[in-house]
Ligand binder design. Structure first.
Ligand code: SPV
Ligand code: MN
Length: 635
């Protein structure tokens, strides 16, 4: 009995009979080597409903990888560029980002999850089955197997992707480790996440035509996700963010963390390495922060478990799907070098592809020339229907490359036990309120006032308006499958059981002055990381603010000089670290109010927030509304 059994007509017979209708002898052999009955049933049911012309089973071999790339080009899902290893993919003008409104968690009838977009499971599956009906007619259906984590690791999960898009599989070939072999060797024992995707009907450009019927449903009970009428990777690549929701749910049941976090190593005195994980909403400098560290384990996702009392993290991915807009050779030297190397395989999405085959994005040294982009033909000066200038390359344009090309790749990338985490960092896009960096008083204070209280202005990574301040706990609200209250509780309990509890920090690169100018430059990220590293080891002192511990001016001055050869004046320090008490109080009040409506929030969380408010009130009566950092005592 598969997930779609009720929708197969005539009712499914033996999956083998069904599969043999869609497969050549060779492909049938490949799938039959995977001895997992429920998987065969799922694939057979999907094929009966979607009716592809054939099925291709990806074994992970080089030939199969080449076949997928060729299919992506033949089907014009990817366009060639001047360099044979660089291809360009366009999602279509109405499919350029994650679709929050149509992404839902399927739950039992009558149930809901606070703040999440849910739908009753039966209706959701029925809707997907009807949208899927005949959707792969005339197209090949690909079945591919990927690991979500290192090989031979207790952290890792397994995913099976079924899709009619060669671009989706090509992306996954870059982003994840293939595990067909593991499925052949131990198929029956493997518990897998199933990802079903169809781009649906396509228009003359190859873009999904029925984006109004775009649906992304996450089926917790079935350990599956379904996505139709879309191509944008955040909606379509199952192992990316659809898997994250399934992992969050599994982690919640089993007591570990699936996070929207980078994992980096920061070098400290004497050559020590301190690993940090950092949660930032999309478009808030997460990849850039990762690249500014000394070593990189991951730039987007982390699975963190308690191993012998230590929080250890692995990156479930081996590639990056990062924002390319603005990447330039000065601020982003590490990744820029990879992206302009013609020998490195890369997919560029929603950039400008010029007539002479150059891939152009904002940040390239050349000027953009005529070509095609996310909205069709483009030339300098082109406007949209309302007279607004069309950007040559989209703000959510992205690159897909393997992480193994980074010079800074951490040697532990494939370690089944991951790396020990000594700091959790939370960052958002907040122009007005939080100081540049601060350290929490302890785990519970940090989880409550930094992780659970994260707010950030919306960006182009999600369809809809940008620049609006949004509640985004742990920078993972878009990828949650449990209540934010339960997530706080999970973090509390996770920390409680550790012998070595990570320190918690918040950063805010986006703080601006009244003239709208950012106080912090892109390359300053390195200084904030280095300060945190010194704090982890108790090497520098800090100022005790009511909301946390702040850096001393002298320490930052030393780090700016040492890391960037840059002077750092006291006036700027004051702007970055002065506390605006009324704004900080309103933030805590807003957060308190939100969680008051979430029943499973632990009582300790409210206690911490009340205490935080008390401290802010006391400070206000002592110092007034604005507190200059120089007035604070050392902590
Ligand atoms: C994000 O939006 O957080 C991303 C890209 O990392 S996506 O795959 O769209 O989620
Ligand atoms: Mn992300």
């Amino acid at each position: 009995m598969g997930k779609f059994e009720a929708f197969v007509e005539p009712p499914s017979t033996d999956p083998l009979d069904v599969l043999s209708r869609f497969t050549s002898h060779e492909q049938l052999e490949r799938i039959l080597r995977v001895k997992n009955k429920s998987l065969l049933t799922d694939v057979a049911e999907i094929a009966s409903i979607a009716n592809p012309s054939s099925i291709f089973v990806h074994t992970g071999s080089l030939q199969d990888r080449d076949y997928i790339k060729r299919k992506a080009l033949d089907g014009r899902e990817e366009l060639p560029s001047r360099h044979s290893k660089h291809t360009v993919h366009f999602d279509g003008p109405n499919d350029l980002a994650r679709d929050k409104a149509n992404t839902r968690i399927l739950v039992p009838y009558g149930e809901g999850i606070p703040l999440l977009n849910t739908l009753d499971r039966e209706s959701g599956i029925e809707e997907i089955a009807s949208l899927l009906k005949g959707s792969m007619k005339g197209r090949e259906m690909f079945v591919a197997f990927y690991l979500y984590g290192p090989r031979n690791s207790r952290f890792s999960l397994y995913g099976v992707q079924v899709t009619d898009s060669a671009y989706v599989i090509h992306s996954e070939d870059i982003l994840y480790r293939n595990c067909y072999t593991e499925f052949v060797e131990r198929g029956e024992e493997i518990e897998y996440m199933l990802f079903l995707h169809s781009a649906g009907a396509r228009d003359e450009n190859g873009w999904s035509r029925d984006v109004d019927k775009r649906r992304i449903y996450i089926d917790l009970k079935g350990n599956a996700a379904y996505s139709v009428n879309t191509q944008y990777a955040g909606n379509a690549v199952g192992l990316k963010k659809l898997s994250l929701r399934l992992a969050v749910y599994k982690g919640f049941k089993e007591g570990w963390l699936a996070e929207h976090m980078f994992i980096v190593g920061v070098l400290g005195p004497g050559g020590r390495v301190s690993y940090m994980t950092g949660a930032f909403p999309a478009g808030c400098g997460k990849t850039a922060t990762a690249m500014s560290a000394d070593t990189v384990v991951g730039d987007d996702l982390a699975i963190i478990r308690n191993i012998g009392g230590v929080a250890r993290a692995v990156n479930p991915e081996v590639g990056m799907f990062g924002i390319i807009d603005g990447l330039n050779p000065v601020d982003d030297a590490e990744i820029y070098r990879v992206l302009v190397n013609p020998e490195i395989e890369a997919i560029f999405s929603n950039v400008l592809l010029t007539e002479d085959g150059e891939v152009w994005w904002r940040g390239k040294e050349s000027e953009p020339r005529e070509g095609v982009n996310y909205a069709g033909r483009w030339k300098p000066g082109k406007t949209d229907g309302r007279g607004v200038l069309l950007l040559p390359s989209h703000p959510n344009a992205r690159f897909t490359v393997s992480i193994y090309h980074l010079n800074k790749l951490d040697p532990a990338i494939d370690d089944p036990l991951g790396v020990p985490v000594s700091a959790f960092v939370f960052g958002g896009r907040d122009s007005t309120t939080l100081p540049l960096v601060q350290e929490a008083f302890d785990w519970f204070h940090g989880i409550s006032t930094m992780g659970a209280a994260l707010e950030s202005e919306s960006t182009a990574a999600v369809l809809g308006r940008t620049g609006e301040i949004e509640f985004n706990p742990f920078a993972i609200l878009d990828f949650l499958s449990i209540s934010p209250g339960a997530l706080v509780d999970l973090h509390f309990k996770f920390g409680e059981k550790l012998d070595k509890v990570p320190r918690v920090f918040s950063v805010n690169y986006f703080l601006r002055g009244e003239d709208g100018r950012y106080f912090s430059e892109k390359r300053d990220k390195r200084v904030w990381l280095k300060w945190m590293e010194l704090r982890v080891h108790g090497d520098v002192n800090a100022l005790k603010a009511p909301t946390g511990l702040l850096p001393l001016y002298d320490d930052l001055q030393m780090l700016f000089d040492k890391e960037l050869g840059k002077s750092f004046n006291e006036g700027l320090y004051c702007e970055m670290f002065k506390l605006k008490v009324p704004k900080l109080m309103s933030k805590i009040e807003r957060i308190y109010e939100i969680y008051s409506g979430i029943r499973d929030t632990p009582p300790l969380f409210f206690e911490i927030l009340r205490l935080q408010l008390e401290k802010l009130k006391e400070a206000r009566s002592r110092y007034g509304d604005i507190i200059e950092p120089f007035k604070l005592d050392k902590g």
